[in-house]
Design a protein around this ligand. Sequence first.
Ligand code: GLN
Length: 185
Amino acid sequence: MVIGILAVQGAFIEHEKIFKELGADTIQLRQKNDLDRHFDRLVLPGGESTVQGKLLKDLGMFNILKEKIENGMPVLGTCAGLILLAENISNDTRAYFKTLPVTVKRNAYGRQLGSFHYDGEIKGLGTFPMEFIRAPYIENVSSGAEILAETDGKITAVRYKKQLGLSFHPELCSDYRLHKMFMEM
Ligand code: GLN
């Protein structure tokens, strides 16, 4: 299994380390040519969605990746990656891939609560250590998106077909169950 990890900006190294430890091959997707290489799965890491979205378009990678997701390539989006997948962003006029039928709110916890840890429940996994960093949450979901976690009343993990979207950063903890779940999707 080869996992393509978007590596134009943000926390991609951390995902790469975990997938390698779990026995997968990984490639970094930095430029358009990288998308010609073979990969079975896609990871959109945390970082800054506005920067990532702009770079994807400027580098000519956006439409190719959108098509791969629409054609069913499994994708894991964490934090900024979730924002890139979302159909709507309630506090921004921009939207990116629009393949995940959810509305997200960016920087939803405000500046004071920019970063925090929460031990939340994930459907099918149990308690999971969740690291939030200037995180979005999911305000609502539609058309069959399955809610996997609600953290303090806010939706923080969803699955829709082969797309997994998370508000938090599982690559910043030593619990690899969500990465394993993604490899099995
Ligand atoms: N606040 C960032 C954004 O809007 C997301 C933060 C993160 O990925 N840790 O893109």
